[in-house]
Design a protein around this ligand. Sequence first.
Ligand SMILES: [Ca+2]
Ligand SMILES: [Ca+2]
Length: 253
Amino acid sequence: MRRVSHPRGRATLLGQAAALVAAAALLGACGESVVGAPERPTGRPSVPSCLTPSGELLADIDGDGLTDRVRDPSHTGAQLTVAFGKKAGYGKPVGVRKLIDGSGADEKDVLAAVADFDGDGWSDLVVVATGQNQGDDAIEPTVAELVSGPFSASGRGQHTRHLDLGETRGIAVADYDHDPHPDLAVFAYSGDGVYQTEARLGDRDTGLADASADTSARYTVVADQTDDDTPSNMPRSGLSTFYPKCGKSGSQG
Ligand SMILES: [Ca+2]
Ligand SMILES: [Ca+2]
């Protein structure tokens, strides 16, 4: 029995299928892009990243080829700002409550830290928002995320990963295991009046690895005092280990 075929219809269908496959391949190559995020970079930043004598990070945060400036005078993430570079000078610094982009922005503690945790050359953003303490039991943060750079003024980046953090009251870049990846120190309430500083280790694949029994045993430090607003056992910014000093012109030296 002869099969009835529709060569033209089939050819069109095949053409459409081929176009779909090509489009999917293109998407796969470029990856999914996040709305409002800077375009996915094709290489490392064109401007060098460096640290000023006062501890400011100069780096291209949003991937536009202009140097941006990151400050955190609090050393606990609460007062971090990013001033995005313009052709001349910098724009108005953007604070943590803008960088967290919506949900969590009104929480009691909103914290941010910036470093190249995964080592791809682009500085990444950690944002954590935690509500009011509820008493003896620790609460979960509303937002706890690692956003891969380059990222925008609204904290949108290439990829977002949820972090396994507890009731977080302070964060800072640290160097725990002396590998090339910056680590994160996390000052958290662990319940029953006890605060502790925990480590999350920088990692090429995930950016920041989850806590493990090993990292907890090695690096967790219980605070001397409870209800300590300014964590005395928090490491000072560890950025100087990972970024070179800036030269006199403000560029890498
Ligand atoms: Ca920039
Ligand atoms: Ca990075």
